[in-house]
Design a protein around this ligand. Structure first.
Ligand code: AKG
Ligand code: FE2
Length: 377
């Protein structure tokens, strides 16, 4: 888990003489006063010498697409008939200087991306899963999404004003009615939700006793990815000195905790390490949806110069081995970059999907789902 920081960068008048390589790159991509230079950014859709960062193209030990077809037969059947979709198994990449880090661009077809977008927003945001909004707002028991849906279906319904919580939860003072807001407006301020085992910020550990079950579809996806990345084969170079693949038995992978992150155009997640999970042998699996972003994969400390990667909707990142405790962050979301066809679907009577499209069009967001196994089984 990582502390989340949002908002636009503030110009800093100092020289930054002693800044670390990670911080320097973060600052470079956060800077909105200079034109964004994507030249050195690893971009699977446009690879050239200047941006390759020593990437090695690899083949998955077990093909991902058949695993996804077994796990999500109906959705994948729809994907196969969609003209806007990708062909099976795009290449995956590893980076010899960053062992254990695996990048799978274009891994999920649009139909599965749509499924996870819809499910994330409509289901994972339900009240049992804490969010950044729960700390400050009184959320109705049925959740903000359903509250907004009821109102969307019947605009004549009186708005239930949502109220800011009292600043001090230890007093008996009722919530202060400072800024009553309709649910749809508050939903636009959603920044993260935590799933499964909850994290205690004070002790920096997971609470075994406090867990909502991790959503089944998300756990299934993570297991498919764990199975596909357990072993990898280099397709271009002989690379037998480095262990390729996570080395973790994919069939044993049990998703136990996760985070749904929602980034608006000006949101960033600063460099951090996720190492609170009790067992760090299972890989961490992370899915990008919606807008593109610059993802920085760093090393064991901030002095290691990170690789900037343009992550797109449907891409997967896997962190295992040394990369499981490596610095990473997202200094920049790229506006206006939804893939063509993402928000198009024939599900005319699916209100949740329509709300999802409206949400995505209103905010221009990137959604990230990441999954961890916390304890050894
Ligand atoms: O948004 C992402 O791609 C990664 C998010 C992340 O690193 C985290 O939630 O710990
Ligand atoms: Fe993280």
């Amino acid at each position: 888990m990582a502390r989340r920081k949002r908002g636009p960068p503030t110009p800093d008048p100092t020289t930054f003489a002693n800044q670390t390589a990670f911080r320097a790159m973060e600052r470079r991509f956060k800077n909105r006063y200079k034109e964004l230079d994507l030249h050195s950014v690893f971009d699977a859709a446009s690879l050239h010498d200047a941006n390759s960062h020593g990437a090695v193209r690899v083949q998955l030990g077990v093909s991902l697409q058949p695993e996804l077809k077994k796990a999500f037969p109906d959705i994948m059947a729809a994907a196969a008939t969609s003209t806007a979709d990708h062909e099976p198994d795009s290449p995956a990449f590893v980076f010899p200087d960053f062992p254990g880090f695996i990048y799978l661009p274009s891994a999920l077809p649009l139909a599965l991306q749509r499924h996870f977008l819809r499910t994330s927003l409509a289901d994972y945001t339900r009240p049992a899963n804490p969010s950044n909004l729960h700390a400050h707002w009184v959320i109705p028991p049925h959740g903000l999404w359903d509250e907004a849906k009821q109102h969307r279906n019947d605009p004549e319904l009186p708005l239930v004003p949502l109220c800011a919580r009292d600043a001090d939860p230890n007093t008996d003072t009722p919530p202060v009615h400072l800024t009553p807001l309709p649910a749809a407006v508050l939903l636009d301020r959603l920044r993260w939700c935590t799933l499964g085992y909850q994290y205690d910020w004070t002790t920096k550990s997971y609470l075994r006793a406090q867990s909502a079950p991790i959503p089944h579809d998300l756990a299934t996806l993570a297991r498919c990815v764990a199975i596909a990345t357990e072993r990898l084969e280099a397709t271009e170079t002989e690379n037998d000195s480095t262990q390729l693949g996570t080395g973790y038995p994919g069939h044993a992978y049990t998703a136990q905790a996760g985070v749904l992150n929602v980034y608006g155009p000006r949101d960033a997640l600063m460099g951090h390490v996720d190492k609170s999970e009790r067992d760090l042998t299972p890989p961490l699996v992370s899915l990008s949806l919606g807008a593109d972003a610059i993802y920085l994969q760093g090393g064991k400390d901030r002095d290691v110069r990170p690789i900037p990667i343009r992550v797109r909707s449907g891409d997967l990142v896997v962190m295992s081995g040394e990369a499981r405790t490596a610095f990473h962050g997202l200094p920049r979301t790229l506006e206006g970059t939804y893939p063509p066809g993402l928000l198009e679907s024939k599900e005319d009577d699916d209100v949740d999907w329509h709300m999802c499209v409206e949400f995505m069009l209103r905010r221009d967001v990137r959604v990230n789902l990441n999954v961890r196994q916390v304890f050894a089984e």
